[in-house]
Write a protein that binds this ligand. Structure first.
Ligand code: NDP
Ligand code: HEM
Length: 484
């Protein structure tokens, strides 16, 4: 018989009894010296950390990114230099609005967050399965999320709030059209594309900057479900699909592509290249294939690796930067703030978040300092200092991002861009759909919109009309079927 390892307390002492508490006599009460019982109950009470305020439900796996085309002309990013170079990655898929125990099959964007563990730090590409977003200013994000989550009184889905927000914010129309289209409910996480959605940047060793959008195209093909099909699926189906595919060696993969725009092109492009409600049409900026991303290892502990994963758009590496996208700037602040709240100041020492390269800084202490002893730091704790001989770290001026010119007439104040062409690209998407896809789109819209006030319906119809008159006519007809 295999000899079992000893059961211990969390401080390592062998435990004699784990089925009975110590009691005063056979029928008497538990006594106050039951420290092992107290340890178990106290730890149990602390098993939860706050779930993510959005993207609470998700599934993740490890894998590899293989570069197939060098990007050294565009960027100094260390992991994008040599064809064949491989970088370990961690990818978390998610739904957005539901809590941790909600369904994998909600009509909702899917988060597509990739952590690249590069030799110059972690780069997080925190995107979605959609190339655009509902908003172009982060100041609206909390209102938007409130309107899409459950009603604060009934705790039930609230279609009136969903469409009332959209009726008041026509900038959401493009993304809302994608959401209501046949692609709004992916059949699994393996069958989605991923997009940076935002414009990010590259810079090279000549100090030249390029604007970049990232696309991860699923090699499994897009597969989707109708509302009716989704309703028959178990809530955990996408998690199960991902775990089982990887466990049996059927590794999902994505072809990685970028669109690249020069700073000069950006200056007079007819679309604001930093507006995340818009794509760059492929005909103007073709996709350039640069690599393959494969997922090939499941997590060992869902909580430690999935729940404690901390992705942040501010996790950038030399050669990859942000852009003037005002939504992106709001995100550069929001994520690390959320993660300090969820996991404490030292969340980057948790193994799933810890860089796979040396880390040297002057940050010290805080809850759980030393989870990763290499980072806790016993040397100099201030900078500048005279301690180079003792290995004290110093700045690396070579990796400075080139300066970014502002518009010549830039003035500080409120620049209202709410009406910056909210309709053309929603119309472009509608027009490229087949009759069957258009039918599904308006069916999905009407399922929610018919429950809204007449005023909200009319304002939404006015938006569809501006995207394409046929779009409005078809939605109107679909709503009418509920009134018969
Ligand atoms: P293209 O004809 O070159 O590309 C159309 C794109 O639309 C393809 O990438 C296709 O994806 C995608 N698509 C098809 N159906 C849907 C859907 N229901 N939801 C989301 N995407 C879908 O056109 P343009 O580049 O000129 O763009 C036209 C419209 O296509 C845009 O307004 C935008 O809505 C959409 N789109 C554009 C993208 C871009 O980066 N330019 C990216 C994704 C969508 P696939 O190749 O996977 O079939
Ligand atoms: C998660 C805020 C816009 C994609 C989160 C989290 C916050 C947040 C606080 C939880 C982070 C955590 O607790 O670890 C915001 C704000 C936004 C915004 C303030 C707008 C200003 C976007 C956009 C995208 C996006 C535009 C995609 C293009 C994601 C993804 C996650 C996430 C994928 C989940 C990451 C994971 O798997 O852990 N967001 N978000 N968000 N967000 Fe956003």
């Amino acid at each position: 018989m295999t000899k079992r390892c000893p059961l211990t307390t969390s401080s390592g002492a062998p435990v004699a009894h784990d089925n009975q508490s110590r009691t005063a006599g056979a029928r008497g009460p538990v006594t106050f010296d039951n420290h092992y019982l107290f340890e178990k109950l106290a730890h149990f009470n602390r098993e939860r950390i706050p779930e993510r305020v959005v993207h609470a439900r998700g599934s993740a796996a490890y894998g590899t990114f293989t570069l197939t085309k060098s990007l050294s002309d565009y960027t100094i990013a260390d992991f994008l230099q040599t064809e064949g170079q491989q970088t370990p990655v961690f990818l978390r898929f998610s739904t957005v609005g539901g809590g941790q125990d909600s369904s994998d099959y909600a009509r909702d964007p899917r988060g597509f967050a990739v952590k690249f563990y590069t030799q110059q730090g972690n780069w997080d590409m925190v995107g979605n399965n959609t190339p655009v977003f509902f908003l172009r200013d982060g100041i609206k994000f909390p209102d938007f999320i409130h309107s899409q989550k459950k009603n604060p009184r009934t705790n039930l889905p609230d279609p009136q709030a969903v469409y009332e927000f959209w009726a008041n914010n026509p900038q959401s129309l493009h993304q809302a059209t994608i959401l209501m289209s046949d692609r709004g409910i992916p059949a699994s996480y393996r069958h989605v594309n991923g997009y940076s959605s935002h414009t990010l940047s590259f810079w090279n060793d000549n100090g030249e900057r390029y604007w970049v959008k990232w696309h991860f195209k699923t090699n499994q093909g897009i597969q989707t479900l109708t509302n009716e099909e989704a309703a028959t699926k178990p809530a955990f189906g996408a998690q199960q699909d991902l775990v089982e595919s990887i466990d049996k060696g059927d590794f999902p993969s994505w072809t990685v592509k970028v669109q690249i725009m020069t700073e000069a092109q950006a200056q007079d492009y007819y679309i604001n290249p930093f507006d995340v409600t818009k794509v760059w049409p492929h005909s103007d900026f073709p996709l350039i294939e640069i690599g393959q991303l494969e997922l090939n290892r499941n997590v060992d502990n869902f909580f430690a690796e999935n729940e404690q994963a901390a992705f942040a758009p501010s996790n950038l590496v030399p050669g990859i930067g942000a852009s003037p996208d005002r939504m992106l700037q709001a995100r550069l602040i929001a994520y690390q703030d959320a993660q300090r709240y969820r996991m404490g100041a030292n969340y980057n020492q948790i193994p799933v978040n810890a860089p796979r390269c040396p880390v040297h800084h002057y940050q010290r202490d805080g809850a759980f300092a030393g989870i990763n002893p290499a980072v806790a730091g016993s040397g100099a704790n201030f900078y500048p200092n005279d301690r180079a001989e003792q290995g004290a770290p110093a700045e690396v001026p070579d990796v400075a991002e080139p300066p970014m010119p502002l518009e010549q007439d830039a003035w500080l104040g409120i620049h209202d861009n709410r009406d910056d062409d909210n309709f053309s690209q929603a119309g472009d998407l509608f027009r490229l759909m087949s009759p069957c896809q258009k039918g599904q789109l308006v069916h999905n819209i009407a399922a929610g919109l018919h429950q809204c006030t007449d005023d909200v319906q009319q304002r939404m119809l006015a938006q569809y009309e501006q995207a394409d008159p046929q779009y409005a006519a078809m939605v109107k007809q679909a709503i009418a079927t509920y009134e018969k």
